[in-house]
Design a protein around this ligand. Structure first.
Ligand SMILES: Cc1cc2nc3c(=O)[nH]c(=O)nc-3n(C[C@H](O)[C@H](O)[C@H](O)COP(=O)(O)OP(=O)(O)OC[C@H]3O[C@@H](n4cnc5c(N)ncnc54)[C@H](O)[C@@H]3O)c2cc1C
Length: 488
């Protein structure tokens, strides 16, 4: 009787969204998977923690969109129903006073049913362009000084036609600011800037035009619903990492946290990994930790180009200021919608306010998000954002009448993630996935079409596990990777 071949031993280092996606994919492919994370809880930058006040709070407010197809697939795979954990709303970037872009609902209602029914017979781009046209028409309604003028809307239409005729591509060196030449300033401030900051977390003049166009194409020209906002209704850890961890354990993977990988060595045709809990040996390693940590772990002499690309990455911060509103709201909630865009300037840095009370969180808790957060003293940042929240609530309440006094704001917590994402700059050469034989990298920074997002992280995790699987078939393990790499 011949012995069955042992399944390959795969170690995933890092249990953020990329590492979890890699571990799940490798497990599905029949590998014997271990996942280590140095933190006690999995989820990396997208997880929640307990607060002294009791409820869980996210380590930064996150928003997904309908085009995050891999995130949605993996949510379902581990047994979650997206509609139960995410609030789906049509793309709505209106400010507190109601002006701005709001696309119609393409999932529910009579209009959506008609559009979906007609979609197969319409010219290819129409189903995605019709909602945009309706959104543009609506943005011209409302108080005349706030509504977009017809010149603004015409400017946006002609520019988006131009981007479309370029197949949503542009030269790699162009910034988003370059792309906007000729667009009415109103459209740049009210639409392009918030979109760019929320998707690329990089200011317009430093943000990659090519990646921005790619995001627009995926969201606005994708299937119906691709541009919808999907806002978590549960703490981030419960949104996916906890269920992903449970799935891995159910399917025989070993999940260990906290366990920090300390160094990698290639010895006797296998990777030896030393860690805070001893040394183990694996056939394949998927590095799903942040880029500097991945670079630190690599054996000396391996893939200098990869290391240089990691060293060239620059980072942008994101701050989330959580505040509690005290008082009596005029309506059922403090904000008119779960997400409201904010006007920004040097003294008013937050771009969005989210009403956590409408998202399964405590009533009256707001999360204010500062993407591409400037370097600022934390206290000054909190005060600036509180002033914005106060302004927003004042505008909502108008001249409050009756027995209710004006609401008071109490700061709860200001979280500043200094290395929230890599700076998505023009012509950036991102590190690739393959580092050496049996050695792969994944994460939101790894080369790919997306900026640093949950979807980018998850897609790269899935792709790394698939590449590792494909390489096993033509495996050349047994040869020292340093020898192989010297031939690269
Ligand atoms: C405040 C904030 C807001 C954001 N908002 C959004 C948003 O609205 N929408 C969106 O799509 N994206 C958003 N992002 C980006 C998103 O969170 C990231 O793109 C994504 O979480 C990256 O996942 P990752 O797995 O690549 O990396 P990480 O989450 O950084 O995971 C890396 C993991 O590696 C572990 N690790 C490190 N070193 C070791 C070691 N030596 N051994 C073992 N483990 C190790 C770490 O503990 C960590 O768990 C936001 C990010 C932040 C910070």
């Amino acid at each position: 009787m011949t012995a069955l071949p042992q399944p390959p031993k795969v170690l995933v280092i890092g249990g953020g969204w990329a590492g979890l996606a890699a571990a799940i994919t490798a497990t599905q492919q029949g590998a014997q998977v271990s996942l280590w994370d140095m933190a006690p809880t999995l989820g990396g930058r997208a997880k929640s923690f307990n607060t002294p006040e009791g409820p869980n709070r996210d380590n930064g407010q996150h928003v997904l969109i309908g085009a995050y197809t891999e995130c949605l697939r993996l949510l379902r795979l581990v047994g979650l129903a997206p509609e139960q954990v995410l609030l789906r709303t049509p793309l709505d970037l209106r400010f507190g006073s109601g002006e701005g872009l709001r696309l119609p609902d393409t999932q529910r209602g009579f209009g959506a049913a008609v559009l979906r029914g007609l979609a197969p017979w319409l010219p290819a781009q129409w189903p995605s362009q019709l909602p945009l046209a309706v959104g543009l028409w609506r943005s011209g309604q409302g108080p005349s000084q706030l509504a977009w003028r017809w010149q603004d809307r015409w400017g946006l239409m002609t520019t988006s036609r131009r981007w479309q005729s370029q197949a949503w591509q542009c030269p790699a060196h162009q910034s988003v600011a370059n792309l906007c030449t000729g667009l009415p300033p109103r459209i740049v401030h009210d639409l392009i800037e918030p979109l760019c900051l929320s998707a690329l977390n990089t200011p317009l003049h430093r943000a990659s035009g090519a990646v921005f166009l790619r995001v627009l194409q995926e969201a606005l020209m994708g299937p119906l619903g691709a541009s919808d906002l999907l806002i978590p209704k549960v703490p981030l850890s419960a949104l996916w990492p906890e269920a992903a961890q449970a799935w891995l354990r159910r399917h025989g993977a070993q999940v260990q946290s906290p366990r920090r990988a300390m160094a990698l060595h290639f010895v006797d045709s296998a990777w030896q990994v030393s860690s805070t809990a001893g040394t183990d040996s694996f056939d394949h390693i998927i590095l799903a930790c942040p880029p500097q940590e991945a670079a630190r772990l690599l054996p000396q002499g391996i893939h200098p180009t990869w290391l240089n690309q990691v060293r060239a990455l620059r980072f942008e911060a994101i701050a989330t200021v959580y505040v509690q509103v005290e008082g009596v709201p005029l309506g059922p909630h403090w904000l008119p919608r779960p997400l409201v865009a904010l006007r920004t300037n040097d003294q008013a840095p937050a771009q969005f306010a989210l009403d956590r009370g409408q998202l399964g969180g405590p009533a009256g808790e707001l999360a204010l998000v500062v993407s591409a957060c400037p370097t600022m003293d934390r206290e000054r940042l909190t005060q600036a954002v509180l002033a914005q929240a106060q302004q927003l609530l004042k505008a909502q309440g108008g001249a409050r009448q009756g027995p209710h006094p004006a609401p008071r704001l109490r700061p709860l917590q200001t979280l500043v993630e200094k290395r929230a994402t890599f700076a998505c700059t023009p012509a950036l050469q991102r590190p690739g996935m393959a580092i050496g034989p049996g050695l792969w990298a994944c994460g939101d920074y790894v080369e790919g079409p997306f900026p640093a997002t949950l979807e980018g992280a998850v897609r790269s995790g899935v792709a790394a596990a698939q590449q590792a699987h494909a390489a096993r078939r033509t495996s050349s393990l047994g040869q020292d990777p340093l020898t192989q790499l010297s031939q690269v």
